[in-house]
Design a protein around this ligand. Structure first.
Ligand SMILES: Cc1cc2nc3c(=O)[nH]c(=O)nc-3n(C[C@H](O)[C@H](O)[C@H](O)COP(=O)(O)OP(=O)(O)OC[C@H]3O[C@@H](n4cnc5c(N)ncnc54)[C@H](O)[C@@H]3O)c2cc1C
Length: 307
């Protein structure tokens, strides 16, 4: 339904079938998805399609945008995002997957880890090394970004068993001789890290907004239960020890929401928003966790029931 309604193109240019709106509107949408009760399961299956292709919007040529964006918006193409590797998580500059130019193509060898949604993706946004790490001062130089076919003849995909978030698969990818044409490189060679950074701040903002929606859904459930559940002859919500923890969680949630939407406004205005996006996600995650925990406690034993 999200695809059929055109929502995947919310932050993509109108010229290519998108809505031409900003990260602010995308964050509102994602907040609504979790707030509806869908939680992170619902949000996770949507959000990679919103922030993942953002480097194409920011750095893709006119030809690349016209070729790559419409099938993504229509849902004909499904992408995954290959950055993390077994030996490189937070330290992105340490990635070892290499793309070597053979005169007609880049040829990729290496491994990716935790690649979400690869089971059903036919495209990958792939970060690979095109120059050795020690060739420049900054470890994050010499990385290049590609948006290309996930050709299973050259990529083995193994699902990682997880404890939760099962609606979206996570995978280990083994890449052996994947050929990528030059026209699938996004941005300049060696500047791939700077290109993905453009997708990371929107990702932080969207995930933070999703956390807010989740926290709001939890508080809505808890406050309703507190009104309806009678113990010792009156609603439990008449006790301040039920009210105050929920009120505190609400205040923290709404404060985090303000920080997140400040970050979104800055991003949409083309201004630096790294500090606000990071702070917003940090505050929102904590506030949502607290809201959920307090909601579970408010429900007493029923807080532990699947229902
Ligand atoms: C469900 C799920 C989906 C994911 N989807 C994708 C995806 O689609 N594409 C993709 O590329 N990646 C994906 N990831 C990977 C995710 O981005 C990485 O897990 C993350 O970047 C952290 O890397 P790491 O797990 O290797 O942790 P590490 O880098 O090994 O860090 C381990 C721990 O050490 C801490 N740490 C590291 N360095 C320092 C330091 N200097 N000071 C203090 N603490 C430090 C970290 O905070 C962490 O707690 C996904 C992960 C999960 C769990």
């Amino acid at each position: 339904s999200i695809t059929a309604g055109g929502w995947l193109g919310i932050a993509m240019p109108k010229a290519h079938g998108g809505s031409g709106l900003g990260v602010t509107e995308a964050a509102l949408m994602m907040r609504r998805i979790t707030q509806s009760g869908g939680g992170f399961t619902a949000a996770s299956s949507v959000h990679i399609n919103i922030f993942g292709p953002h480097p194409i919007v920011k750095f893709g040529s006119a030809e690349q945008q016209a070729r790559m964006l419409p099938p993504l918006i229509r849902g004909d193409d499904r992408t995954c995002f290959g950055v993390t590797e077994p030996n490189a998580g937070l330290d992105t500059g340490a990635i070892e997957t290499r793309a070597e130019w053979d005169g007609s193509h880049y040829v990729v060898h290496g491994q990716k880890h935790w690649t979400s949604a690869a089971q059903r993706a036919n495209k990958i946004m792939l970060l690979a090394r095109t120059a050795p790490r020690d060739a420049s001062e900054k470890g994050t130089d010499g990385l290049s970004l590609f948006y290309t076919d996930l050709d299973r003849a050259h990529v083995e995909i193994h699902e990682i068993a997880k404890m939760g978030r099962k609606a979206v698969d996570s995978n280990a990818l083994f890449i052996d001789g994947l050929k990528i044409p030059r026209e699938d490189m996004i941005g300049e060679e060696g500047q791939g890290f700077h290109c993905i950074l453009q997708g990371l701040n929107p990702e932080r903002i969207l995930i933070g907004a999703e956390a807010i929606g989740l926290g709001r859904a939890a508080l809505a459930k808890a406050t309703q239960y507190a009104r309806e559940r009678h113990v010792f002859g009156r609603p439990i919500g008449q006790n301040q020890s039920i009210q105050h923890p929920l009120a505190e969680a609400w205040a923290e949630l709404e404060a985090a929401n303000l920080m997140l939407f400040k970050a979104a406004r800055l991003y949409d205005a083309g201004e630096p928003c790294g500090a606000e996006a990071n702070a917003g996600k940090y505050l929102a995650a904590d506030a949502a966790h607290k809201a959920c925990e307090r909601a579970v406690l408010t429900l007493g034993g029923m807080g532990y029931a699947r229902e």
